[in-house]
Design a protein around this ligand. Structure first.
Ligand code: COA
Length: 178
């Protein structure tokens, strides 16, 4: 998930530097909508990516119930290698990217950007006019991806919202007009 930061995982450097083990040949991935049958594998991937701040299964299940139309996965035929999740806010013109993650061994291949571009296109087609997301202020890789996708601080102080996710859990809130 990205409603909470991978950066708080037990291995923050691997998340932030992208230093990953990569076999010589990677299996091609296909982007597709999630199905109910994907939930156990999606939960495995979410725990791999976000570790102790991964969604509990019940939460993932309910997010699926609410947002399956905006939950895309990358499937290599054997395992899921990434996902993006978006939701529609109270104001029906506002969408939120709630989660974005790519398996560690598949980072740096452009998969995160593919997921982001696809979900933004779908939100635009759904009539969403503004998209927001939050990110840990120390998550250099994700921030670079978001800024190069056009996101900019959505609030004062460069988007920094202190204690946004509870005491000590600061977030940057970024936004993009579609
Ligand atoms: C953030 C994340 C989704 C990026 O996925 P990815 O597939 O590796 O990203 P891409 O290969 O598509 O790279 C897209 C852009 O992200 C940025 N980026 C990716 N890895 C980076 C790194 N290690 N350092 C700095 N910037 C990086 C670059 O701007 C890159 O564009 P470029 O290749 O043109 O330079 C991935 O690192 C991840 O899953 N991290 C853990 C989960 C997480 O933090 N999710 C976001 C929570 S808000």
């Amino acid at each position: 998930m990205a409603a909470y930061p991978a950066e708080h995982s037990g291995d923050p450097f691997a998340s932030l530097t992208g230093q990953v083990f990569r076999p010589a040949r990677q299996r091609p991935v296909r982007m597709r909508g999630v199905t109910e049958a994907d939930l156990p594998e999606l939960h495995r991937l979410d725990r791999e990516v976000f570790q102790e701040v991964a969604y509990p299964y019940f939460m993932l299940r309910q997010l699926f119930d609410m947002y399956a139309d905006h939950l895309l996965v990358l499937d290599d035929g054997e395992a899921l290698q990434g996902y993006v999740l978006a939701g529609i806010g109270d104001d029906s013109g506002l969408g939120w990217v709630l989660g974005l993650g790519v398996a560690r061994a598949r980072r740096g291949e452009g998969l995160g950007r593919r997921l982001m571009l696809e979900i933004l296109g779908r939100l635009r087609n759904d009539g969403i006019r503004e998209v927001r997301l939050t990110v840990d202020p120390t998550n250099a890789a994700a921030i670079a991806l978001y800024k190069s996708s056009g996101f900019a601080p959505a609030t004062a102080e460069g988007g920094l919202r202190r204690n946004y996710f509870g005491p000590g859990e600061h977030r940057l809130v970024l936004g993009l007009s579609l």
